[in-house]
Structures are given as C-alpha cells and as structure tokens.
Design a protein around this ligand. Structure first.
Ligand SMILES: C=C(O[C@@H]1C=C(C(=O)O)C=C[C@H]1O)C(=O)O
Length: 470
C-alpha cells in the first residue's frame, strides 16, 4: 500500500495553517500576552511508543496507553509549564490551566480525530516532599510541544506553538514539516529490535522493615487509632547497563493489556513508569467513572484453583472490609461535591494476568462548574493507597516508610480544555534512572491482616515489575 504523503496534505493547506498562525500572532499583539496555537494534523498510523523510543531522556514526556481501549498518547517536550508544592497544589495547577485556556486557539480542521488541547499533569503522593532529592515536584503541569495520539488506527500529531509579538511566523512551518518528516520516516522504517535487556544485580528484599511496619500498624489498628493503612515497600535494583525505557514499556503493555501503561519523564533523565490497573477518574462529556480497587488475591495456576481463589476473595470479610473503606470514601467525597454516585453494592472482580482484585466502578455526572482538578483534589489519596482516616494514615506512612514515595500511588494524567480528563493512580510502578530502578509495591492493612500474607502480596506485585525489567 503506498504511504500517504501527509506532508503534501500539510503543504496543500499551508495557507490555512499560516492563517491560523497569523491569527494567533495577532492575538499576542492585541493582548500583549503570549498566545498558543494548537494544530492537529493527520499523520500515518504510528505507535506513540516509537516516538518515545526515539526521544531523549532529557526531554520531558508523559506517555499513557490503554491497550484494551485502543488509546495511546505521548506528549513530548514542554512548551509551557508550572509546578507547585503545598496544600494548594491542585488549585495552582487549575489556575495555570484556566489562565492558559484563554490564550490558546485550536486548529483541527485537517485531522480526522483530534483530542483537543490537553494539559499533562503529575502529582506526588504527598503535597510536600518527604526527601530533599525527590525527582518530581509535588505538582507539575505542562502543555507539550509535540503530541501524538492514537485512537484505534487513527493517529494525530499535535503541534503546539507559542506566539509572541516577536515571533517569526515564517520560521514555524518548516519546523512542523521537519517533525512530520521525522514521524513519516519512523512509520516507514521497520521496527528496530530493542537491545538485549540488562542483567540485574538483584539485592534481597529487606523484608523485616516491611513486616515490622505491618506489626506496628496492626497495633495502632487494635488501639482504634487507625482503621486501615496502605504500607508500601521499595526495592532498589542495579543493572549491568542502562535500562531501555521504551523496551520496558513494550513489555509492560504486552504483559498487562488490561492496565494503563504509563511513563512520566522529568526531563533530567529520570522516568517513572508502570502498568496500573487503577483509574482515579475518567471524565468524558461530564460522565465520570472512578474505580474502587482494593482487596487482592493471586491468580491460580489451574482453572479450579483460580476459581477457588476468586471465591475466597469475594467472600472474605477482611478483604470486603478493606474494599468497602474505598467505596465509602469515594462515594462520600463525590457526594460532598454535589455528585450523585451510582454503583453496585457488591464488588465484582478485576482479574489481571498475575493478580485479582475486588472492584467497584462508581459512576456519576459531573456538575457544570466542577473542574476535574476539584475532583482529583477531593479523591487523592483514596484509602486504596493511603488508609482510614486519611490524615492519620498519611502521618503513619511518613513514619513507617523510610523511602520517598514520589509519584508512587499518586495521580498521573491529563485534562483538556472542555473538562474531559483521565487520571490513573501510579501503582505497579518503578523509578528508572540509567541502570538503576526502584520498584514500588504496597498492600492494605486492616484488622485481621497477616504480616506474612501481606508480604506475599508485595512479592507478587514486585515480581510482575521485575519480569518487565529482565
Ligand atoms: C497499593 C497498591 O495496590 C492497592 C492495594 C490493594 C490491596 O491491598 O489489595 C489493591 C489494589 C490497589 O488499590 C500497590 O499495588 O502498590
């Protein structure tokens, strides 16, 4: 099949694109403020991971893919950005987005599919860093220079351009054409094989630290100071050579097709990657879905043991309690914001390749003036990753865990200019820098939890990540 010359499409519409840029330029002059023009352009069907593979680890990025939903996006480079710390971090990101939404125009007439203007965000678990060398800010938002979104077989390139009264309009178009040339050559060239995976110099899991923390947490639960706490463990591994980010993500999406595969790069060589089954929220045309996901069991080796483990999970009082804390919290927080959540009273099962969870999807309609970040702020951290009561659980997490959670178990996602949004919870994840990886896994502790069984759950979750590393 001949390759459609996408550049020719752009060349043919050169004057329309030029007109869109001129309008943006005039806006910048009239308002005396910078103005962004967001161009959505058709490109050959291309896997966004290939573009990430070609990009430098020193270029900021956010990649998010859900194979089963046939949706993938990579956002590369930062055109405009902001970061924030402290309790007002969500509001500050919201203000940044609101301000810029008045200074952006979107030209999407050439694209078959356009996701609109998307701001990409990552938040750390805590609003103030627990460690001074934390690789990611407590809150971070950026509008990318380049973005590729693939929806089924349709790919779209988004070029965001910043216009100021000093901009040289004639210099912008060649830049876009050069990027299109790069993408076309990627689409035409055969997928180059990834280099062999590095071998790991794997340290033993320092299990006592975790089990001791579980014992101490159980004492607090026994004395009614806490009802649930999610304790995590971090495993540092060193490889013989640098990890290949795209290769890890490729393995994760093959091994976990039902999860959201993600990568967030800080632009300084550090990436936070993972395959998370947990959606904090998804909003499309004001319809919201959030997942209560808590209560876990391994998958069985045979159909019979698998069914037995599933039955035990569905009928265990301890697992039900652990799950119900999350449902109650999500329903309460949504109701407080004026939403009317609907959900089934009995949880279902979310069966993943290595583990199964109790799962309750909760749906609601978002009121007109409720911004997605109001909801993210109200929902994070859920008792699936923190505990009950939230403040006490977070205080104890800071005490018991000796490592920096950074982006682990925190919201990662995007918001568009029309109130659509997608945020996942950054669990089943690892921090990657050159040949070092830090793997995270956590488990919910409630009355009746057995420290050894919780440790098995941590091992199971870590093993899934380890399989992607080697
Ligand atoms: C905290 C994690 O997972 C969470 C804890 C679960 C549990 O304890 O049963 C289940 C799903 C997640 O909400 C993790 O994987 O790190």
């Amino acid at each position: 099949m001949p390759v459609v010359p996408y550049r020719t499409v752009i060349q043919q519409h050169r004057s329309a694109i030029h007109a869109a840029l001129t309008q943006g330029y005039q806006q910048a002059i009239c308002t005396n403020r910078p103005h962004v023009v967001s161009l959505s352009l058709p490109i050959p069907s291309i896997d966004p991971l290939r573009l990430l593979h070609q990009s430098s680890p020193y270029e900021r990025h956010l990649y998010l893919e859900n194979t089963s939903q046939h949706q993938a996006t990579v956002a590369l480079g930062s055109l405009i950005e902001a970061s924030a710390i402290g309790p007002s971090r969500f509001d500050r990101v919201h203000n940044f987005i609101e301000t810029w939404c008045h200074q952006i125009s979107c030209y999407d007439e050439l694209a078959e599919y356009s996701p609109g203007i998307q701001f990409f965000c990552s938040f750390a678990f805590f609003d103030t860093p627990t460690h001074s060398d934390s690789p990611f800010p407590a809150a971070s938002v950026f509008l990318p220079r380049w973005q590729i979104t693939q929806c089924r077989q349709t790919s779209t390139l988004i070029a965001n351009l910043l216009l100021t009264p000093l901009s040289d309009l004639e210099a912008l178009l060649p830049d876009i054409l050069q990027q299109l040339r790069r993408i076309e050559s990627l689409a035409e060239s055969p997928l180059s094989a990834y280099p062999p995976a590095p071998s790991l110099i794997q340290p033993a899991l320092a299990t006592q630290v975790f089990t001791q923390a579980v014992h101490r947490a159980l004492q607090r639960i026994c004395h009614n100071r806490l009802r649930k706490i999610v304790l995590a463990h971090a495993l540092d591994v060193l490889a013989s050579q640098p990890f290949n980010r795209a290769q890890l993500l490729e393995r994760l999406r093959q091994q976990h097709p039902d999860c959201y595969v993600f990568s967030v790069g800080n632009g300084h060589g550090v990436s936070f990657i993972g395959a998370s089954p947990e959606r904090l929220l998804s909003i499309r045309q004001r319809r919201l879905i959030t997942d209560a996901l808590a209560g876990s069991s391994p998958r069985g080796d045979t159909a019979e043991t698998d069914a037995l483990l599933a039955r035990q999970l569905l009928t265990s009082v301890k697992e039900q309690d652990e799950h119900q804390f999350v449902v109650d919290f999500l329903v309460r927080r949504l109701t407080e914001l004026g939403l009317r959540p609907s959900y089934r009273t009995r949880p279902g099962l979310l069966q993943l390749s290595n583990i199964q969870h109790l799962h309750t999807p909760i749906r609601a309609t978002v009121p007109l003036h409720t911004h997605p970040l109001h909801l993210v702020k109200a929902l994070h951290p859920t008792p699936a990753v923190a505990g009950v009561p939230t403040d006490q659980a977070c205080q104890q997490i800071r005490r018991f865990e000796q490592f920096d959670r950074a982006l682990y178990a925190a919201p990662i996602g995007w918001i568009d200019h029309q109130g659509n949004s997608e945020f996942i919870v950054g669990i089943r994840s690892a921090l990657i820098q050159a040949n070092r990886a830090r793997l995270y896994a956590g488990a919910g502790i409630v009355a009746g939890s057995d420290p050894e069984r919780e440790l098995d759950e941590i091992r199971l979750k870590l093993r899934a990540l380890m399989e992607a590393l080697v």
